[in-house]
Design a protein around this ligand. Structure first.
Ligand code: HEM
Length: 419
Protein backbone atom coordinates (compact mmCIF):
# COMPACT_ATOMS: atom_id res chain seq x y z
CA UNK A 1 0.00 0.00 0.00
CA UNK A 2 1.28 3.47 -0.87
CA UNK A 3 1.46 5.64 2.24
CA UNK A 4 -0.39 8.88 1.54
CA UNK A 5 0.89 12.12 3.07
CA UNK A 6 -1.37 14.97 4.19
CA UNK A 7 -0.80 18.38 2.62
CA UNK A 8 0.32 20.89 5.27
CA UNK A 9 -2.85 22.81 6.16
CA UNK A 10 -3.17 26.56 6.45
CA UNK A 11 -4.71 27.16 9.89
CA UNK A 12 -8.04 29.01 10.11
CA UNK A 13 -11.47 28.75 8.53
CA UNK A 14 -11.05 30.77 5.34
CA UNK A 15 -8.22 32.88 3.94
CA UNK A 16 -9.94 34.96 1.27
CA UNK A 17 -9.32 38.16 3.23
CA UNK A 18 -5.65 37.21 3.69
CA UNK A 19 -5.40 36.69 -0.06
CA UNK A 20 -6.81 40.15 -0.67
CA UNK A 21 -4.40 41.64 1.89
CA UNK A 22 -1.26 39.75 0.92
CA UNK A 23 -1.92 39.64 -2.84
CA UNK A 24 1.03 38.40 -4.88
CA UNK A 25 2.83 37.13 -1.77
CA UNK A 26 -0.07 35.01 -0.42
CA UNK A 27 1.22 31.63 -1.64
CA UNK A 28 4.89 32.50 -1.08
CA UNK A 29 4.32 33.56 2.53
CA UNK A 30 2.69 30.26 3.39
CA UNK A 31 5.11 28.12 1.41
CA UNK A 32 7.86 29.74 3.48
CA UNK A 33 5.95 29.42 6.76
CA UNK A 34 5.21 25.70 6.27
CA UNK A 35 8.51 25.00 4.42
CA UNK A 36 6.69 23.33 1.54
CA UNK A 37 5.87 23.86 -2.13
CA UNK A 38 2.35 22.43 -1.64
CA UNK A 39 -0.21 23.23 1.02
CA UNK A 40 -3.94 23.20 1.54
CA UNK A 41 -5.96 26.32 2.31
CA UNK A 42 -9.56 27.55 2.02
CA UNK A 43 -10.49 30.40 -0.29
CA UNK A 44 -14.03 31.66 -0.96
CA UNK A 45 -15.28 28.78 1.17
CA UNK A 46 -13.57 26.13 -0.96
CA UNK A 47 -10.67 23.80 -0.29
CA UNK A 48 -7.71 24.75 -2.45
CA UNK A 49 -4.26 23.22 -2.98
CA UNK A 50 -1.63 25.93 -3.57
CA UNK A 51 1.58 25.05 -5.41
CA UNK A 52 4.73 27.03 -6.04
CA UNK A 53 7.96 26.23 -7.90
CA UNK A 54 8.95 24.31 -10.98
CA UNK A 55 7.76 20.84 -9.92
CA UNK A 56 4.26 22.09 -9.25
CA UNK A 57 4.29 23.91 -12.60
CA UNK A 58 5.26 20.71 -14.42
CA UNK A 59 2.29 18.73 -13.12
CA UNK A 60 -0.11 21.70 -13.27
CA UNK A 61 0.34 21.93 -17.02
CA UNK A 62 -0.42 18.23 -17.64
CA UNK A 63 -3.92 18.07 -19.22
CA UNK A 64 -4.16 14.45 -18.07
CA UNK A 65 -4.02 15.56 -14.44
CA UNK A 66 -5.72 18.96 -14.41
CA UNK A 67 -8.59 20.65 -16.26
CA UNK A 68 -10.03 24.16 -16.49
CA UNK A 69 -13.80 23.71 -16.92
CA UNK A 70 -15.78 25.47 -14.20
CA UNK A 71 -12.65 26.72 -12.40
CA UNK A 72 -12.64 30.45 -13.09
CA UNK A 73 -14.33 32.37 -10.24
CA UNK A 74 -17.43 34.31 -11.24
CA UNK A 75 -15.77 37.65 -10.42
CA UNK A 76 -12.92 36.95 -12.85
CA UNK A 77 -15.29 35.83 -15.62
CA UNK A 78 -17.44 38.92 -15.16
CA UNK A 79 -14.46 41.25 -15.57
CA UNK A 80 -11.30 39.81 -17.09
CA UNK A 81 -12.10 36.85 -19.34
CA UNK A 82 -15.86 36.60 -20.00
CA UNK A 83 -18.17 33.59 -20.13
CA UNK A 84 -17.54 30.63 -22.50
CA UNK A 85 -14.03 31.84 -23.28
CA UNK A 86 -11.01 29.71 -24.21
CA UNK A 87 -9.65 29.93 -20.64
CA UNK A 88 -12.40 27.55 -19.40
CA UNK A 89 -12.22 24.98 -22.22
CA UNK A 90 -10.52 21.56 -22.22
CA UNK A 91 -9.80 18.81 -24.76
CA UNK A 92 -11.00 19.15 -28.37
CA UNK A 93 -13.00 22.33 -27.73
CA UNK A 94 -9.87 23.99 -26.33
CA UNK A 95 -7.70 22.68 -29.17
CA UNK A 96 -10.02 24.15 -31.81
CA UNK A 97 -10.45 27.50 -30.09
CA UNK A 98 -6.69 27.76 -29.57
CA UNK A 99 -6.06 27.02 -33.25
CA UNK A 100 -8.52 29.79 -34.16
CA UNK A 101 -6.86 32.35 -31.89
CA UNK A 102 -3.32 31.34 -32.86
CA UNK A 103 -4.25 31.90 -36.48
CA UNK A 104 -4.20 35.60 -35.50
CA UNK A 105 -0.85 35.62 -33.73
CA UNK A 106 1.36 34.47 -36.63
CA UNK A 107 4.50 36.45 -37.48
CA UNK A 108 2.65 38.04 -40.40
CA UNK A 109 -0.18 39.23 -38.14
CA UNK A 110 2.35 40.39 -35.53
CA UNK A 111 4.13 42.49 -38.18
CA UNK A 112 0.84 44.15 -39.12
CA UNK A 113 0.23 45.05 -35.47
CA UNK A 114 3.80 46.33 -35.09
CA UNK A 115 3.27 48.75 -38.02
CA UNK A 116 0.00 50.04 -36.57
CA UNK A 117 1.43 50.39 -33.06
CA UNK A 118 4.53 52.20 -34.35
CA UNK A 119 2.25 54.69 -36.16
CA UNK A 120 0.12 55.18 -33.03
CA UNK A 121 3.25 55.87 -30.91
CA UNK A 122 4.49 58.41 -33.48
CA UNK A 123 1.16 60.27 -33.39
CA UNK A 124 1.18 60.23 -29.60
CA UNK A 125 4.74 61.60 -29.36
CA UNK A 126 3.69 64.47 -31.62
CA UNK A 127 0.83 65.31 -29.23
CA UNK A 128 2.93 64.93 -26.07
CA UNK A 129 5.49 67.47 -27.19
CA UNK A 130 2.70 70.11 -26.97
CA UNK A 131 1.57 69.07 -23.50
CA UNK A 132 2.89 69.99 -20.04
CA UNK A 133 2.64 66.44 -18.77
CA UNK A 134 1.15 63.05 -19.51
CA UNK A 135 0.28 59.97 -17.46
CA UNK A 136 1.98 57.09 -19.19
CA UNK A 137 -0.44 54.27 -18.26
CA UNK A 138 -3.35 56.25 -19.73
CA UNK A 139 -1.45 57.16 -22.89
CA UNK A 140 -0.02 53.68 -23.47
CA UNK A 141 -3.48 52.12 -23.09
CA UNK A 142 -4.84 54.53 -25.72
CA UNK A 143 -1.98 53.84 -28.13
CA UNK A 144 -2.34 50.08 -27.81
CA UNK A 145 -6.15 50.23 -27.99
CA UNK A 146 -6.03 52.25 -31.19
CA UNK A 147 -3.53 49.88 -32.80
CA UNK A 148 -5.30 46.71 -31.59
CA UNK A 149 -8.74 47.79 -32.81
CA UNK A 150 -7.40 48.73 -36.23
CA UNK A 151 -5.51 45.42 -36.37
CA UNK A 152 -8.68 43.43 -35.60
CA UNK A 153 -10.68 45.48 -38.14
CA UNK A 154 -12.88 47.33 -35.65
CA UNK A 155 -13.61 50.86 -36.84
CA UNK A 156 -12.85 53.30 -34.04
CA UNK A 157 -13.29 57.04 -34.40
CA UNK A 158 -10.59 59.17 -32.77
CA UNK A 159 -13.06 60.37 -30.13
CA UNK A 160 -13.94 56.75 -29.17
CA UNK A 161 -10.34 55.69 -28.44
CA UNK A 162 -10.19 57.07 -24.91
CA UNK A 163 -13.52 55.52 -23.88
CA UNK A 164 -12.73 52.05 -25.27
CA UNK A 165 -9.19 52.10 -23.87
CA UNK A 166 -10.50 53.05 -20.44
CA UNK A 167 -13.13 50.29 -20.55
CA UNK A 168 -10.48 47.69 -21.48
CA UNK A 169 -8.27 49.00 -18.68
CA UNK A 170 -11.13 48.73 -16.18
CA UNK A 171 -11.65 45.08 -17.13
CA UNK A 172 -7.96 44.40 -16.52
CA UNK A 173 -7.84 46.19 -13.17
CA UNK A 174 -11.29 45.09 -11.93
CA UNK A 175 -10.79 41.37 -11.43
CA UNK A 176 -8.82 41.39 -8.18
CA UNK A 177 -10.46 44.44 -6.63
CA UNK A 178 -13.44 44.96 -4.35
CA UNK A 179 -16.14 47.62 -4.52
CA UNK A 180 -16.26 50.38 -7.13
CA UNK A 181 -13.20 49.27 -9.13
CA UNK A 182 -14.58 45.75 -9.45
CA UNK A 183 -17.98 47.01 -10.59
CA UNK A 184 -16.39 49.35 -13.12
CA UNK A 185 -14.72 46.25 -14.60
CA UNK A 186 -18.04 44.40 -14.81
CA UNK A 187 -19.89 47.32 -16.37
CA UNK A 188 -17.10 47.83 -18.92
CA UNK A 189 -17.15 44.14 -19.89
CA UNK A 190 -20.92 44.23 -20.36
CA UNK A 191 -20.69 47.36 -22.51
CA UNK A 192 -17.85 46.12 -24.70
CA UNK A 193 -19.35 42.64 -25.11
CA UNK A 194 -22.70 44.16 -26.14
CA UNK A 195 -20.98 46.51 -28.61
CA UNK A 196 -18.92 43.72 -30.21
CA UNK A 197 -21.80 41.18 -30.20
CA UNK A 198 -23.86 43.68 -32.18
CA UNK A 199 -20.95 44.22 -34.55
CA UNK A 200 -20.51 40.46 -35.16
CA UNK A 201 -24.22 40.12 -36.02
CA UNK A 202 -23.97 43.06 -38.45
CA UNK A 203 -20.87 41.56 -40.10
CA UNK A 204 -22.67 38.22 -40.54
CA UNK A 205 -25.76 39.85 -42.00
CA UNK A 206 -23.66 42.01 -44.32
CA UNK A 207 -24.95 45.21 -42.66
CA UNK A 208 -21.40 46.14 -41.76
CA UNK A 209 -18.78 45.90 -44.49
CA UNK A 210 -15.37 44.75 -43.32
CA UNK A 211 -12.40 43.34 -45.19
CA UNK A 212 -12.66 39.55 -45.64
CA UNK A 213 -9.11 39.07 -44.40
CA UNK A 214 -9.76 41.03 -41.20
CA UNK A 215 -9.74 39.26 -37.84
CA UNK A 216 -13.26 40.56 -37.17
CA UNK A 217 -14.58 38.98 -40.39
CA UNK A 218 -12.68 35.71 -40.01
CA UNK A 219 -13.74 35.22 -36.41
CA UNK A 220 -17.35 36.14 -37.17
CA UNK A 221 -17.53 33.47 -39.88
CA UNK A 222 -15.43 30.78 -38.18
CA UNK A 223 -17.09 27.33 -38.07
CA UNK A 224 -16.22 25.35 -34.93
CA UNK A 225 -16.10 21.60 -34.23
CA UNK A 226 -19.92 21.45 -34.02
CA UNK A 227 -20.13 22.56 -37.67
CA UNK A 228 -21.70 25.90 -36.79
CA UNK A 229 -20.54 29.47 -36.32
CA UNK A 230 -19.81 30.54 -32.73
CA UNK A 231 -22.48 32.39 -30.74
CA UNK A 232 -22.00 36.13 -31.38
CA UNK A 233 -21.38 36.63 -27.63
CA UNK A 234 -18.56 34.07 -27.76
CA UNK A 235 -16.98 35.82 -30.75
CA UNK A 236 -17.19 39.07 -28.77
CA UNK A 237 -15.48 37.40 -25.80
CA UNK A 238 -12.67 36.04 -27.96
CA UNK A 239 -12.20 39.37 -29.75
CA UNK A 240 -11.80 40.86 -26.30
CA UNK A 241 -9.28 38.09 -25.55
CA UNK A 242 -7.11 39.72 -28.22
CA UNK A 243 -7.87 43.40 -27.57
CA UNK A 244 -7.72 43.36 -23.75
CA UNK A 245 -4.30 41.72 -23.32
CA UNK A 246 -2.74 43.89 -26.02
CA UNK A 247 -3.91 46.93 -24.02
CA UNK A 248 -2.64 45.19 -20.86
CA UNK A 249 0.91 45.45 -22.23
CA UNK A 250 0.60 49.10 -21.07
CA UNK A 251 1.20 47.75 -17.54
CA UNK A 252 4.57 46.29 -18.59
CA UNK A 253 5.39 49.54 -20.41
CA UNK A 254 4.72 51.47 -17.21
CA UNK A 255 6.96 49.12 -15.20
CA UNK A 256 9.58 49.32 -17.97
CA UNK A 257 9.71 53.09 -17.50
CA UNK A 258 10.12 52.58 -13.76
CA UNK A 259 12.92 50.08 -14.44
CA UNK A 260 14.72 52.67 -16.64
CA UNK A 261 14.36 55.23 -13.85
CA UNK A 262 15.63 52.86 -11.17
CA UNK A 263 18.49 51.55 -13.34
CA UNK A 264 19.87 54.65 -15.11
CA UNK A 265 23.09 52.90 -16.12
CA UNK A 266 21.02 50.46 -18.10
CA UNK A 267 19.33 53.29 -19.95
CA UNK A 268 22.72 54.41 -21.21
CA UNK A 269 23.62 50.84 -22.19
CA UNK A 270 20.34 50.34 -24.07
CA UNK A 271 20.93 53.52 -26.05
CA UNK A 272 23.95 51.82 -27.63
CA UNK A 273 21.40 49.83 -29.60
CA UNK A 274 22.27 46.20 -28.88
CA UNK A 275 19.11 44.20 -29.69
CA UNK A 276 20.13 41.44 -27.25
CA UNK A 277 20.31 43.98 -24.41
CA UNK A 278 16.85 45.29 -25.25
CA UNK A 279 15.37 41.81 -25.32
CA UNK A 280 16.99 40.83 -22.00
CA UNK A 281 15.77 44.07 -20.43
CA UNK A 282 12.16 43.42 -21.47
CA UNK A 283 12.30 39.78 -20.35
CA UNK A 284 13.50 40.97 -16.95
CA UNK A 285 10.65 43.50 -16.76
CA UNK A 286 8.23 40.62 -17.36
CA UNK A 287 9.87 38.38 -14.74
CA UNK A 288 10.65 40.92 -12.05
CA UNK A 289 7.55 43.11 -11.85
CA UNK A 290 4.22 41.71 -10.65
CA UNK A 291 1.38 41.24 -13.10
CA UNK A 292 -0.41 37.84 -13.39
CA UNK A 293 -0.32 36.49 -9.80
CA UNK A 294 -1.43 32.86 -10.10
CA UNK A 295 -3.62 30.60 -12.18
CA UNK A 296 -6.26 28.05 -11.22
CA UNK A 297 -7.19 24.54 -12.36
CA UNK A 298 -9.06 21.48 -11.04
CA UNK A 299 -7.82 17.91 -10.46
CA UNK A 300 -9.15 15.86 -13.39
CA UNK A 301 -8.89 12.43 -11.74
CA UNK A 302 -7.50 11.02 -8.48
CA UNK A 303 -3.72 10.64 -8.48
CA UNK A 304 -0.88 10.36 -6.02
CA UNK A 305 2.25 12.41 -6.57
CA UNK A 306 5.23 12.42 -4.24
CA UNK A 307 3.03 10.75 -1.66
CA UNK A 308 0.33 13.47 -1.77
CA UNK A 309 -3.18 12.47 -2.83
CA UNK A 310 -4.80 14.83 -5.33
CA UNK A 311 -8.56 14.13 -5.27
CA UNK A 312 -10.71 14.60 -8.36
CA UNK A 313 -12.46 17.98 -8.42
CA UNK A 314 -10.09 19.69 -5.93
CA UNK A 315 -9.14 23.20 -6.96
CA UNK A 316 -5.45 24.10 -7.28
CA UNK A 317 -3.64 27.41 -7.62
CA UNK A 318 -0.23 27.68 -9.25
CA UNK A 319 1.93 30.57 -8.04
CA UNK A 320 3.22 32.39 -11.14
CA UNK A 321 4.69 35.40 -9.33
CA UNK A 322 6.39 33.23 -6.69
CA UNK A 323 7.88 30.85 -9.26
CA UNK A 324 9.27 33.82 -11.20
CA UNK A 325 10.96 34.84 -7.93
CA UNK A 326 11.98 31.39 -6.69
CA UNK A 327 15.59 31.56 -5.46
CA UNK A 328 16.11 27.91 -6.41
CA UNK A 329 15.44 28.93 -10.02
CA UNK A 330 16.76 32.49 -10.20
CA UNK A 331 19.88 33.93 -8.63
CA UNK A 332 18.97 36.87 -6.38
CA UNK A 333 15.44 36.90 -7.78
CA UNK A 334 14.51 40.22 -6.16
CA UNK A 335 17.32 42.03 -7.99
CA UNK A 336 16.48 43.51 -11.39
CA UNK A 337 19.22 42.11 -13.56
CA UNK A 338 18.74 41.70 -17.33
CA UNK A 339 22.27 40.27 -17.60
CA UNK A 340 21.09 37.12 -15.80
CA UNK A 341 19.75 35.66 -19.06
CA UNK A 342 23.31 35.34 -20.39
CA UNK A 343 23.77 32.53 -17.84
CA UNK A 344 20.37 31.59 -16.44
CA UNK A 345 18.10 29.92 -18.93
CA UNK A 346 14.35 30.32 -19.19
CA UNK A 347 12.25 27.24 -19.72
CA UNK A 348 8.56 26.41 -19.96
CA UNK A 349 8.17 26.08 -16.18
CA UNK A 350 10.61 28.49 -14.48
CA UNK A 351 9.67 31.68 -16.35
CA UNK A 352 5.91 32.16 -16.30
CA UNK A 353 4.88 35.81 -16.45
CA UNK A 354 2.21 34.79 -18.95
CA UNK A 355 1.61 31.22 -17.78
CA UNK A 356 3.71 28.15 -18.44
CA UNK A 357 3.77 24.84 -20.26
CA UNK A 358 3.43 24.30 -23.98
CA UNK A 359 1.36 26.41 -26.34
CA UNK A 360 -0.96 23.50 -27.04
CA UNK A 361 -1.93 23.70 -23.34
CA UNK A 362 -3.23 26.94 -21.85
CA UNK A 363 -0.02 28.94 -22.23
CA UNK A 364 -0.57 32.51 -23.37
CA UNK A 365 -0.63 32.95 -27.15
CA UNK A 366 0.54 36.55 -26.91
CA UNK A 367 4.12 36.42 -25.63
CA UNK A 368 5.70 37.36 -28.97
CA UNK A 369 3.18 40.15 -29.45
CA UNK A 370 3.81 41.35 -25.89
CA UNK A 371 7.56 41.46 -26.50
CA UNK A 372 7.05 43.21 -29.85
CA UNK A 373 4.84 45.90 -28.22
CA UNK A 374 7.39 46.33 -25.42
CA UNK A 375 10.19 46.63 -27.96
CA UNK A 376 8.47 49.54 -29.72
CA UNK A 377 7.90 51.28 -26.39
CA UNK A 378 11.48 50.77 -25.26
CA UNK A 379 12.76 52.26 -28.52
CA UNK A 380 10.56 55.30 -27.91
CA UNK A 381 11.73 55.75 -24.31
CA UNK A 382 15.40 55.18 -25.02
CA UNK A 383 15.96 56.39 -28.59
CA UNK A 384 13.15 58.67 -29.69
CA UNK A 385 12.26 61.00 -26.82
CA UNK A 386 13.70 62.78 -23.81
CA UNK A 387 11.51 63.34 -20.76
CA UNK A 388 11.57 64.10 -17.05
CA UNK A 389 9.83 62.32 -14.21
CA UNK A 390 8.75 64.99 -11.69
CA UNK A 391 8.50 64.03 -8.00
CA UNK A 392 5.66 61.51 -7.70
CA UNK A 393 4.68 58.31 -5.92
CA UNK A 394 6.35 55.53 -7.93
CA UNK A 395 5.73 52.86 -5.31
CA UNK A 396 3.55 49.86 -6.09
CA UNK A 397 1.75 47.60 -3.67
CA UNK A 398 2.03 43.82 -3.78
CA UNK A 399 -1.35 43.50 -2.10
CA UNK A 400 -3.17 44.98 -5.07
CA UNK A 401 -3.77 42.59 -7.94
CA UNK A 402 -3.01 43.75 -10.58
CA UNK A 403 -0.75 46.48 -9.32
CA UNK A 404 0.91 49.53 -10.87
CA UNK A 405 3.21 52.40 -9.78
CA UNK A 406 0.80 54.62 -7.83
CA UNK A 407 1.25 57.70 -10.06
CA UNK A 408 0.77 55.75 -13.30
CA UNK A 409 4.12 57.44 -14.25
CA UNK A 410 3.78 61.15 -14.83
CA UNK A 411 6.15 62.40 -17.56
CA UNK A 412 7.03 66.03 -18.26
CA UNK A 413 9.01 68.05 -20.80
CA UNK A 414 8.70 65.42 -23.49
CA UNK A 415 10.78 66.30 -26.53
CA UNK A 416 11.77 64.39 -29.62
CA UNK A 417 15.44 63.52 -29.70
CA UNK A 418 17.10 65.39 -32.51
CA UNK A 419 20.07 63.06 -32.89
C1 HEM B 1 0.39 41.96 -20.71
C2 HEM B 1 0.80 40.87 -21.23
C3 HEM B 1 0.11 39.55 -20.97
C4 HEM B 1 0.02 38.86 -19.80
C5 HEM B 1 0.56 39.24 -18.43
C6 HEM B 1 -0.69 37.64 -20.10
C7 HEM B 1 -0.94 36.64 -19.18
C8 HEM B 1 -1.59 35.45 -19.48
C9 HEM B 1 -1.77 34.37 -18.54
C10 HEM B 1 -1.28 34.33 -17.11
C11 HEM B 1 -2.50 33.43 -19.19
C12 HEM B 1 -3.00 32.12 -18.59
C13 HEM B 1 -2.05 30.98 -18.80
C14 HEM B 1 -2.64 29.70 -18.23
O1 HEM B 1 -3.88 29.55 -18.19
O2 HEM B 1 -1.91 28.83 -17.81
C15 HEM B 1 -2.77 33.91 -20.52
C16 HEM B 1 -3.51 33.24 -21.46
C17 HEM B 1 -3.93 33.80 -22.65
N1 HEM B 1 -3.45 34.96 -23.22
FE1 HEM B 1 -2.14 36.21 -22.39
N2 HEM B 1 -1.04 37.64 -21.42
C18 HEM B 1 -0.55 38.78 -21.99
C19 HEM B 1 -0.63 39.14 -23.32
C20 HEM B 1 -1.43 38.51 -24.24
C21 HEM B 1 -1.63 38.95 -25.60
C22 HEM B 1 -0.89 40.13 -26.23
C23 HEM B 1 -2.57 38.13 -26.16
C24 HEM B 1 -3.14 38.12 -27.54
C25 HEM B 1 -2.89 38.96 -28.49
C26 HEM B 1 -2.95 37.16 -25.14
C27 HEM B 1 -3.91 36.18 -25.30
C28 HEM B 1 -4.11 35.16 -24.41
C29 HEM B 1 -5.07 34.08 -24.62
C30 HEM B 1 -6.01 33.94 -25.80
C31 HEM B 1 -4.94 33.21 -23.52
C32 HEM B 1 -5.71 31.93 -23.27
C33 HEM B 1 -4.86 30.71 -23.69
C34 HEM B 1 -5.53 29.40 -23.38
O3 HEM B 1 -6.37 29.34 -22.45
O4 HEM B 1 -5.21 28.42 -24.07
N3 HEM B 1 -2.25 37.43 -24.01
N4 HEM B 1 -2.18 35.14 -20.69
Amino acid sequence: MVKVKQFPKDKGLDHTLDLLNEGYAFIGHRAYRYQTDFFETRLMGKKMICMTGIDGARIFYSPKLFERKGVMPHRVKETLVGKNSIQGLDGAAHKNRKALLMHFTTKEQENKLVKLATKAWEEAIEEWTHKDEIILIVEAEKILCKAACEWVGIPLAEEQVEEVARALGEMIFGFGKLGVEHWKGRISRNKLEAWLTHMVKDVREGKMKVKQDSILYEMSHYIDETGDVLEPQVVAVELLNLLRPIVAVAVYITFMTLALYENPAYKVKLALGDEGDKERFNEEVRRYYPFAPFIGAKVRKNFIWRGYAFRQGTLVLLDLYGTNHDERLWKEPYTFNPERYKKEKKNLYNFMPQGGGKLKGHRCIGEDITMAMMHIALDVLVDKITYELPPQDLSYSLSEMPTLPASGIIMRKIKRKSY
